[in-house]
Design a protein around this ligand. Structure first.
Ligand code: PEP
Length: 238
């Protein structure tokens, strides 16, 4: 099971280091079978090999080794920290930062070429959800345009846009319906859910047959709470 924390534009380098230290200590004392991942902001990257129980990842990168791309994070920057885990296609990048499917697919191809582990995010806006399951799936399939779904180091995070950061998670039945449909096409890729996951709803989400993990924003910002989430996940029998 993958339990991933997305810091977005939260935490400083100092608080990220304190968080990771606390998390690693916790996992040392309470071993878990979960694949625990943390995605800090680029200005808080730390050496990935410092934390034996946690995989450090990048929330974003620009698909170049280096060069004249003002303000961007290149693969050289990730390599310096030994980071080989990335998020691609998060709705905050697609919607707020206007990233197109074309650039998203370019990032995916670049990450694949380097053998990085990818959590590929997809999710529909509310007006599409309001049109029902068929409309949701049509929207979600369009977010796979240009994506090599046979890449063995890729997971999918289904994150309905309207459920992210709102405190209102999608209904269990709706999550299950989408993940089951994805499962038919991606037999081996782990399928995650994201969108207002918290301690209170984690067990029922992870109990969904096709669900292999979660991507968590707000509820993972506090290290102690993230440890609670990991412990809760550990207790879910699959
Ligand atoms: C996310 O950032 O991917 C996310 C799901 O955020 P939150 O848990 O805050 O809804």
């Amino acid at each position: 099971m993958i339990i991933a924390a997305n810091f977005k534009a939260n935490h400083t380098r100092e608080s990220t280091a304190a968080y990771l230290e606390a998390l690693n200590l916790f996992l040392d004392a309470c071993p878990t079978s979960c694949d625990v991942r943390v995605y800090p902001s680029a200005s808080s990257f730390l050496r990935a090999d410092l934390y034996s129980h946690v995989k450090l990842g990048a929330q974003n990168f620009y698909p170049v080794i280096n060069g004249a791309y003002t303000g961007e994070t290149s693969s050289q920057h990730l390599d310096e920290f030994g980071i080989k885990n990335v998020l691609i296609g998060h709705s905050e990048r697609r919607v707020i930062l206007n990233e197109t499917q074309d650039i998203t697919a370019k990032k995916y191809a670049f990450a694949k070429e380097r053998g990085w582990e990818i959590i590929y995010c997809i999710g529909e806006p509310k007006y599409i959800r309001d049109n029902g399951f068929e409309a949701v799936m049509e929207y979600l399939w369009s977010e796979f345009e240009g994506i090599d779904i046979d890449y063995e180091k890729f997971s999918v995070a289904y994150e309905p846009i309207w459920a992210i950061g709102t405190g209102v998670s999608a209904k269990i039945q709706d999550i299950a319906e989408v993940l089951d449909a994805l499962k038919k096409r991606f037999a081996t890729a782990p399928l995650l859910y994201g969108g207002s996951v918290k301690v209170e709803n984690l067990s029922s989400i992870l109990s969904i047959r096709s669900c292999s993990g979660v991507l968590i924003g707000n509820a993972a910002l506090d290290a102690a709470n993230f440890c609670k989430l990991i412990q809760t996940a550990q207790n879910v029998q699959k």
